[in-house]
Design a protein around this ligand. Structure first.
Ligand code: UT7
Length: 330
């Protein structure tokens, strides 16, 4: 078996900031309510004609490549974790073309806010079994395009962003993607969704159906309860399988959905809150982008040092949730 490790990270957010006071001009809410219930102060929103998730993914990917002066031609595979592509057939191929990674195969991975965790795990399989050497994974979402801006239960939460990481093959002894634990409960899929609604229409003698996607809908309370119960269990299972304890954990990097969820998960695991990596006050919930965006910021602030154990967990629509434990090697 080959080893796999993250050798570079990059991220990108749009320039436009929308703060809680701006949102309180649109729906009946307040800065105080949003900060107290979520920890979010502002979020970034993508604007501009024909700007899409591809633009954010491109900038994040280029930063990750530039950091290590890697030629895009060295990339073997691109995995774009997104739930907001600009093409239902996938946006990864557009990113591949834009960064000039001509030799890379590219595909989208849809797993909502768990997307980046799934992307790390998927990339690690391809590297560890010897199929590929360099894999670019990107978590990017522009959920602002799917928000009902008159729904105060959801419009306060989400923001746009992208984060990328390059996973490279290494010796088995240097393997840094230590283990994972993944789950799906499709029975709860209606708790958080962007549903596709159809209407019948007639074509000659045929009755056919066509429709369109709706806005994001979420049962916030149920998703909250799901997150604070399932995520700690997933982390515990993953650590146990690796013969590690919560005391070995240097950093807890969770999907940035709500500061109360981050704290509740840490408390349940008896992990000191100072080990929580969090930047959601500035960006809100950026779905698949939230984990790499927070990882990049923590690295830029020199929080993470070599040999640190980082527990990364994603959770969200599907419902999906999962954990990957990595050792930082750079
Ligand atoms: O990324 C995928 C994962 N997503 C998540 O993890 C999200 C999980 N859920 C949450 O983070 C929280 O459930 C929310 C932040 C979405 C909501 O917080 P909450 O403490 O669960 O509030 P709630 O939905 O129970 O609403 C409490 C009250 C309600 O009023 P009543 O019925 O008590 O009179 C709501 O109508 O707050 C009201 N409310 C608001 N008030 C002001 C709901 N949204 C707002 C708002 N501003 N934006």
């Amino acid at each position: 078996m080959q080893g796999a490790r993250i050798i570079s990270v990059g991220s990108a957010v749009p320039d436009l900031r929308i703060n809680n006071r701006d949102i309180s001009q649109i729906v009946e809410t307040s800065d105080e309510w949003i900060v107290t219930r979520t920890g979010i102060k502002e979020r970034r929103v993508l604007t501009g004609a024909n700007k899409s998730v591809v633009d954010l993914a491109y900038h994040a990917a280029m930063k990750a490549l530039h950091n290590i002066r890697m030629d895009p031609l060295e990339i073997d595979l691109i995995i774009l974790a997104t739930s907001s592509p600009n093409d239902l057939f996938g946006s990864a191929s557009k990113v591949q073309a834009k960064i000039g990674a001509k030799k890379a195969v590219a595909f989208d991975l849809t797993a909502a806010c768990s997307g980046f965790v799934l992307a790390i795990v998927t990339a690690a399989q391809f590297v560890q079994n010897g199929s590929y050497k360099n894999i670019l994974i990107i978590g990017a979402d522009v959920l602002s395009k799917w928000i009902d801006w008159s729904d105060r239960k959801t419009c306060i939460l989400f923001g746009d962003g992208a984060g990328a990481a390059i996973i490279q093959a290494c010796s088995e002894e240097d393997n840094a993607i230590l283990g994972f634990q993944l789950n799906t409960d499709g029975k709860q899929s209606d708790e958080l969704s962007i549903t596709y609604k159809e209407n019948p229409y007639s074509l000659n003698t045929f009755q056919l159906f066509q429709g369109q996607f709706q806005y994001i809908s979420m049962n916030g309370k149920e998703v909250y309860k799901f997150a604070v119960s399932k995520v700690p269990a997933s982390i515990t299972k993953c650590l146990n399988a690796l013969d590690l304890s919560t005391k070995d954990v240097n950093w807890l990097l969770l999907h940035q959905a709500n500061k109360r969820i981050l704290k509740a998960v840490a408390d349940r695991l008896s992990i000191d809150t100072c080990k929580i990596i969090s930047n959601l006050s500035k960006y809100g919930n950026t779905s698949a982008a939230s984990i790499p965006l927070a990882l990049d910021e923590a690295l830029q602030n020199n929080k993470i040092t070599k040999e640190d154990i980082i527990v990364i967990s994603g959770f969200g629509a599907g419902l999906t949730w999962g954990t990957v434990v990595i050792k930082w090697k750079c």
